[in-house]
Design a protein around this ligand. Structure first.
Ligand SMILES: *[C@@H]1O[C@H](CO)[C@@H](O)[C@H](O)[C@H]1NC(C)=O
Ligand SMILES: *[C@@H]1O[C@H](CO)[C@@H](O)[C@H](O)[C@H]1NC(C)=O
Ligand SMILES: *[C@@H]1O[C@H](CO)[C@@H](O)[C@H](O)[C@H]1NC(C)=O
Length: 750
């Protein structure tokens, strides 16, 4: 059932606000800093990152992307610290992290290093791509784009600089709670391969997915909130950033990016909210489950196919009858309200331990052939990276795009693929043996021409402050993988006497630092759905990680071992050698007799009201000319006694910027700015603003310009009356709508 959830959400949110009495826990005192900066790269013409769909190129911007940095330092020894960065990206990445660390070294010497900086992606599938280190994820973006890469590296560094600049003594506290109806398991058939007794022990926190959200709050000495890090499931919150599908071409941070902006707008000021991804691997925000789009029948349970093909089997979000944008808003809002409720809930645990020490470790390990012992004493090993056949099939959040590797005549022709496919090689006999029972589709770990296709060298990293330990996972751990990993780490923290089992809080953040695809349990691996087929280093991938994270746990203690952890082999950095087939902006020109920013289609003069869409079309220019980081392409202004002030910008979900090339040769383009007027928007006079930058065909010089729509009026709000009609009509009687509500109906249709 779809509808009863809305009233419940509204009611619970009112309850949260009424019960906003927060306890004031105090533990050890730390040095704390939070900072945020814009990382929105090119919003048009660049392939988007996540679905690996050649056709999914940006056409505009719904909501800007941000990096949020959280620093925790030992107040007595500020060099002992960690920086947890949450960025609205598909994942962390080796080249991005390398670029960030190079800049941090220049700024701060050895304060922020390989060991204590983690970069975690929110796993949005709606951001620009072409910034990744390895070749495989570059294929569907036609290579590497330095503008996309630089926006991210510089934005992350800026967020860390701001966090560093805000360092102040303060306290940390921990809370947790369950978030209902915001995630489901999209590979239950694989999940069910895990032992029954193990599955039964997690029924209380969601069963097939972790529904528990862990909230770490930062407060300065006065008790003023600075920011929250919210990570889902047994301890941060796991849900895929795939509320928007691969047919969405507007840049946004999907449900977690939206949740963070909602909480920040709610708290106001310089408050920073980080919604970290967790053991996201097999989770989906499409909570109504998959269905065959063509027949309306259920998909085949074992392999999510319809009539033998994956393309038609798509997971549906909570508002699938309205739109995927609305589903995204609902999943974002649930996380926002959940985090806020947990923050305000009584019974927070204050963070303390060992007099306020802060610890971290990091090392690189080559997983081409890493040998280790399982707890039963048997020796196992990992293998060079490889992807199985089901990788090409994709998931119910987005069908596979790598079908073209299987000589599908209908597959899109990709010039980048034509260029690199000659480097494909057949897996060696050892490699085939090592990956069993995975049938190898792409032997990526044995391919380093023209440069490496996927990582073989992985990041091993953990942080600890007081009773909180953070596992930094360089890939998408599935629900059960995350649980096993956290359990093993918790046990080792207890056995080494660092944090006892009864006190510890253990969370997992990822995909971080490098994108190593998936980490499934050996039982899920045996099933070889998408997550198992994308577990790069063989069936013992998870166990290898667990053995390494356990091995280095003593480095999280009050008195770490005196021999430092060896840094391990350095991964290759491919930014300077990566291929790019992405074309730059040639130039812009306005159409004959017009200037940049001129209005082509204006707003109408009839009054608007909540739920209406108001839009204007302008003579545009390519937004790749200037990313306007920290600024905006689109705005709404309201007239207050004669002066105009900005009330909406690129951080608003309902204000959308779209760009379209209308004439290639002369470089003409149009920009459409549209705003769906929110409930409760005050009556008054408004106008739409467009901020652009054009590139001269003669000199290449880039010049800023503005466009302004005509003035429009938003009438006194009929929202409440119409809303009552809609509710009565949907749930009780079939009544006819007053004419003034008919205009608003499309917005409510379900
Ligand atoms: C995108 O695809 C989904 C699933 O097929 C569909 O429900 C939705 O309407 C599409 N959205 C757009 C914007 O075309
Ligand atoms: C925690 O460690 C103590 C002391 O080493 C041990 O007695 C206890 O069994 C451990 N608890 C768990 C749950 O492993
Ligand atoms: C790539 O080139 C830039 C500019 O020349 C240089 O600063 C950087 O160190 C190079 N990176 C690598 C990994 O070689």
């Amino acid at each position: 059932m779809l509808y009863p959830r809305y009233p419940i959400t509204i009611l619970t949110s009112i309850l949260y606000i009424l019960c906003a009495a927060r306890a004031q826990p105090r533990g050890d005192k730390y040095l704390l800093g939070v900072g945020k900066a814009d990382v929105t790269g090119p919003v048009v013409e660049i392939g988007m990152m996540g679905y690996a769909s050649l056709d999914q190129k940006g056409t505009g911007l719904r909501q800007r992307l941000f990096s949020r940095a959280f620093i925790v330092g030992d107040i007595n020894q500020p060099n002992n610290n960690f920086v947890y960065v949450i960025a609205d990206l598909q994942s962390g990445d080796t080249a991005i992290r390398n670029g960030v660390l190079e800049k941090l070294r220049a700024l701060y010497g050895d304060l922020y290093t390989q060991s204590n900086v983690a970069i975690v992606g929110t796993h949005s599938h709606s951001g620009p791509g072409a910034w990744l280190n390895y070749l495989l994820p570059q294929i569907t973006t036609l290579g590497f784009d330095s503008q996309s890469y630089t926006a991210i590296v510089e934005g992350i560094v800026r967020s860390i600089e701001r966090a560093h600049g805000s360092l102040t003594p303060g306290y940390l506290s921990l809370g947790k709670g369950l978030i209902q109806d915001a995630n489901v398991n999209r590979s239950p058939y694989a999940y069910e391969a895990n032992p029954e007794s193990e599955r039964a022990s997690y029924e209380g926190i969601g069963g097939q997915v972790d529904k528990e959200m862990t909230v770490l709050s930062f407060e300065d000495e006065s008790g003023k909130p600075m920011g929250l890090v919210v990570i889902l499931l047994l301890n941060w919150f796991p849900v895929h950033g795939t509320s928007l599908y691969n047919n969405n071409t507007l840049i946004s941070g999907d449900n977690k990016g939206l949740a963070a902006l909602m909480l920040e707008k709610d708290f106001g000021g310089s408050f920073v909210a980080g919604f970290s991804q967790a053991n996201v691997g097999d989770t989906s925000p499409n909570t109504e489950g998959p269905i065959c789009q063509d027949t309306g029948l259920p998909c085949r349970y074992e392999d999510s196919t319809c009539g033998g093909k994956t393309q038609q089997c798509i997971g549906r979000g909570p508002a699938f009858r309205i739109s995927d944008t609305e589903s995204c808003r609902i999943i974002g809002e649930k996380q926002y309200l959940g985090a806020k409720a947990i923050y305000h809930s009584p019974g927070q645990a204050s963070v303390a331990g060992d007099g306020g020490v802060v610890r971290s470790f990091h090392t690189f390990v080559d997983f081409s052939d890493y040998t280790f012992q399982l707890s039963d004493g048997t020796t196992k090993k990992t293998c060079k990276a490889a992807l199985g056949f089901s990788f090409a099939a994709g998931t119910t959040d987005g069908p596979g795009a790598f079908d073209f590797t299987q000589n599908d005549p209908d597959a899109p022709s990709n010039p980048f693929w034509l260029l690199v496919r000659n480097f494909l090689r057949a897996p060696s006999k050892d490699q085939v043996e090592c990956h069993k029972p995975k049938p190898i589709l792409l032997d990526v770990g044995e391919m380093d021409k023209p440069y490496p296709w996927t990582p073989n060298i992985v990041d091993i990293q953990m942080f600890r402050v007081g009773q909180l330990a953070i596992i930094i996972s360089p890939g998408e751990a599935t629900t059960m993988s995350g649980r096993r990993w956290k359990k093993a780490v918790g046990k080792e923290l207890n056995n080494t006497g660092i944090v006892s089992s009864g006190d510890s809080w253990i969370v997992l953040g990822g995909p971080a630092n490098s994108y190593t695809h998936y980490i499934a349990t050996p039982e899920e691996y045996a099933i070889q759905r998408y997550e198992g087929a994308s577990t790069l280093y063989g069936q013992f991938t998870l166990d290898a990680y667990i053995s390494l994270y356990k091995k280095y746990i003593p480095y999280l203690g009050a008195t770490p071992p005196s021999t430092p952890i060896p840094p391990g082999p350095s991964p290759p950095i491919n930014t300077n050698t990566s291929i790019s087939l992405i074309r730059g902006v040639v130039h812009d020109s306005p159409r004959l007799g017009k200037r940049f920013g001129d209005v082509l289609t204006d707003v109408t003069s009839a009054p608007y009201s909540s739920g209406n869409l108001v839009k204007a079309v302008f003579v545009g220019a390519n937004p790749r000319n200037n990313l306007r980081l920290g600024g905006t392409y689109a705005a709404v202004e309201r007239n207050n006694g004669g002066t105009w002030s900005r009330v909406r910008d690129d951080t608003d979900w309902n204000l959308v910027y779209q760009w379209k090339r209308t004439e290639w040769l002369s470089g003409q383009s149009e920009v459409t700015i549209s705003w769906t007027i929110e409930q409760g928007t005050p009556a008054g006079k408004y106008r739409i603003k467009y901020y652009g930058d054009s590139k001269s065909p003669f000199t290449g010089k880039i010049t800023a310009f503005e466009g302004t729509s005509g003035t429009f009026r938003i009438g006194s709000t009929r929202t409440t009356i119409c809303l009552s009609y809609f509710i009565i009509r949907r749930y009780l009687y079939s009544i006819s709508l007053p004419t003034e509500c008919v205009l608003m109906e499309p917005y409510y249709q379900g």
